[in-house]
Design a protein around this ligand. Sequence first.
Ligand SMILES: Cc1cc2nc3c(=O)[nH]c(=O)nc-3n(C[C@H](O)[C@H](O)[C@H](O)COP(=O)(O)OP(=O)(O)OC[C@H]3O[C@@H](n4cnc5c(N)ncnc54)[C@H](O)[C@@H]3O)c2cc1C
Length: 640
Amino acid sequence: MRLATTFGVSLHLCLVASAGRTAYDHIIVGGGSAGLVLAERLSRDPTVSVAVLEAGSLTEQNRTLIPALYSGFIWDPEIDWRFTTVPQKHVSDNVLLLPRGKTLGGTAAVNGMYFVRAAKNEYDAWETLGNPGWNWDTVNANIKALENFIPASSKDAKTFHATDSASNHGKGGPIEVTYSTYWEPAPLIPAYFSSFNALGIPTNKHASGGDTIGVWQAPCAIDAENRSRSYAVNTFLHPNDRRENLHIITGAHVTRTILADEQLSKAGDVRAVGVQYIADNETRSIHVTERGHVVITAGTYQTPKLLELSGIGNASILKEKGITARVDLPAVGENLQDHVGVLSCFELKDGLGPSVGALNVDSEYTAQQWELYTEERKGALASVHGTTVAMIPFQKIIKADTWTTLKASLDKSLQQFRGTPYEKQIALQRSQLDDESIPQIEFVLLPMLADPTVKAEPNRSYITIGTVLLRPFARGSVHLESDDPLKHPLIDPNYLGITEFETAVMTEALKFVAESLTQTKPLSTLIAAQLSPPSGSSHAELEAFVQQRAFSVWHPAGSASMLPKEEGGVVDPQLKVYGTENLHVADASIIPLQIGTHTMATVYANALRAGEIIEKIYHDAADVNKDTEDSQQKPIHVEL
Ligand SMILES: Cc1cc2nc3c(=O)[nH]c(=O)nc-3n(C[C@H](O)[C@H](O)[C@H](O)COP(=O)(O)OP(=O)(O)OC[C@H]3O[C@@H](n4cnc5c(N)ncnc54)[C@H](O)[C@@H]3O)c2cc1C
């Protein structure tokens, strides 16, 4: 099928129906960010058959492909799952939106496109937590393998610091990565860098090389030539659409993994024999071949739900929902970690030049930008706005005596983890507070008014500085609400759950923005007024602002953590679910300890590694089978 997008780029996709086939060597549940990388990797071997089941459909719309329009998908039932939190106890009982892409390509089809790595020590911590081979070297090598990095023009590199050593990036991989090309209002970004520099935060020219501290420009998954989103659907699937061994079935909502009735392996592990799904209002199923695998890549919120629907999870939670536990695995759905943020908004002085905030407000500017984009792939629409970030440890923004007091309060709160499976990872995370190579807080510059509660005046320009808590200590959970597979799970990220400490550091960060950053030249000379939180807010008012306005920054991880079982693990370092023989997880939910950066590139890299691991297991099993051809095959009984 050849599809023309509304702006003239054509995608050639082959969405193959299962064509009557009922058994595959590998079944991947969820054709999202991780699922499609994995599908491409596993289907490289033409002798192996792979099926991907995706609940959404193929989406190719301006708002997913044109960089500046990316957030337009939020709350659209066609492409957003429209998850929300349960009321957040430490955020004024607010119910917060948790957008997730319900489409082929998953959340990578709709996200903000930053293509960034975490700091070296953050990945190395995964290995320390009991996952041999999961460290900076392997994650970074896999990110590089997926990347085709195109540097910025020398002018953009010089003026807007859109620069990073090319040796930190991959060349020739399928995902196109480059920098923004629209920087208006022009004085703003250089001033942001200079004011941070004046406060002792350096410009970082190598943020993809394992050191993310400082102020820098984030590269994005954008095709440098046609200036549209680069993601699995228009990269992996396009050249590979003729692979006859890869079937992608869209509109297929998986309802559970089908487990064999008996424990088959000697270890007593259960065997996944297929999956059940709903398509066209019909319940259907497909199966894996004798040596095959089921891999769940349904994302941090839905992977635990699917495990629970399949009878894998905390036995008492399952019992409450009327589900028989096949594998009692209490860590399923626990250890949920997400970034949380608050916004500060400012009005800019007159005469600084055009602002992207005028898109869809100023009809003349908007028409001009559409023409520029359509004709030349230039202008405001060709870039993600707000790729200038500063990532720093707390020590750089909080006074030494306050920091000492805050750490003491944190240590008191962290006692709640004593004797729990998470004690070791919390202790490691606590020790990382003293490692100044690990960022704890991020300040993102958005050249627009991003706070919907503040009314924009016509012909005025604004900026928003997003403050993001990168390494929350709070742990949340996600569990199924009922045994109805179509119901959304109950998601409790427990934002600001280590209340005293997390509210305090966010308050200090807001104070830093209001009283230091935006009061320091040259940024201070561009700002007319602070609008939100109101200028001159007291400490108590800022604290209340944090408690009322904190929101999800959309990087949930950890709900099916890769950890030793007794330390809160759901999967082992081979990504195999404990207590199963051939069921794996390979999406953001496996990340055991949240990283202090945006998560997509890491999720991609982990999925590529998952492909290597599963391929090896599959082939090793073939060798064993050859050696023991006389072994009797037990028939597999399946309850459908
Ligand atoms: C608004 C937003 C902006 C973001 N911006 C950035 C950014 O700029 N940079 C960055 O690094 N990260 C960003 N992220 C985070 C990043 O996109 C995610 O971490 C990453 O995409 C998660 O990948 P995943 O494979 O775990 O899940 P997903 O990509 O969400 O994939 C899960 C897939 O499974 C499917 N699925 C779920 N349940 C079922 C079922 N029962 N049956 C069949 N299919 C199912 C879903 O439809 C989806 O396609 C952003 C996230 C959001 C929401």
